[in-house]
Design a protein around this ligand. Structure first.
Ligand SMILES: Cc1cc2nc3c(=O)[nH]c(=O)nc-3n(C[C@H](O)[C@H](O)[C@H](O)COP(=O)(O)O)c2cc1C
Length: 201
């Protein structure tokens, strides 16, 4: 299973999208399998009509389902995460992020709305069953300067992203270790986990 970057900006020259691309490149360099999905590339009519049978929408939902971790990038618009991102999140099943580690990231024009992720987006991600919600990364425009097709990040942001990715990797490794050491339920229980540990004398 891969790590998915999910880009929620409608902008063709999006800063948050470029930061996600930068993160994806770092993860790939570290040997991770990374899938990248930009919501702005989905068919707008199907997205707005919540047409989950549309092949591109169904494929996008499937890619979220197939990821073990999702890094969600959004701009701050009007003190909240983007409406485009919400439009897509609304198409996910109620448990669409169950068992997944999620790292939220936002870019904003100023520090005025640094809590937009914690107060606005994180409750939605929790409602979708996100297993581990990592600390959000917030980047103001002055810390991520657009240079041609690329982006120049302040050292403090590079460090914050590095910390976020380290935490992501640690969380995924811990979960893999835990699932590898989990004892299978005895056959007599019909494959179910026991409700409580058996009593011992
Ligand atoms: C319609 C619109 C609304 C915005 N509202 C806010 C806001 O409320 N607070 C803020 O800090 N920045 C705001 N901004 C600035 C963007 O969050 C910022 O430029 C961000 O980096 C854009 O990300 P993007 O390039 O990925 O779309 C707004 C920008 C636009 C276009």
């Amino acid at each position: 299973m891969s790590i998915l970057t999910l880009s929620g900006s409608p902008s063709a020259t999006s800063r948050s999208h470029r930061i996600l691309q930068h993160i994806a490149a770092e993860l790939r360099a570290g040997g991770e399998r990374v899938d990248s999905l930009a919501i702005r590339d989905l068919p707008p009519a199907a997205l707005c009509a919540a047409d989950t049978k549309d092949p591109a929408i169904a494929d996008a939902i499937g890619r979220v389902a197939g990821a073990r971790a999702v890094i969600i990038g959004t701009p701050v618009y009007k003190a909240a995460y983007s409406g485009l991102l919400k439009t897509f999140l609304d198409l996910l099943p109620q448990d669409g992020l169950a068992g997944k580690t999620v790292l939220p990231l936002a870019t904003g024009g100023s520090l005025a709305h640094t809590l937009a992720l914690d107060y606005g987006l994180k409750p939605v991600l929790a409602a979708l069953g996100a297993h581990h919600l990592l600390s959000s990364i917030y980047v103001i425009d002055a810390q991520a300067r657009v240079e041609g097709e690329g982006l120049a990040l302040d050292a403090a942001i590079e460090q914050r992203i590095g910390e976020g990715l380290l935490r992501l990797r640690e969380t995924l490794s811990a979960r893999e270790r835990a699932s590898a050491t989990r004892t299978p339920a005895p056959a007599s229980s019909g494959g179910r986990e026991p409700l409580a540990a058996p009593l011992t004398a």
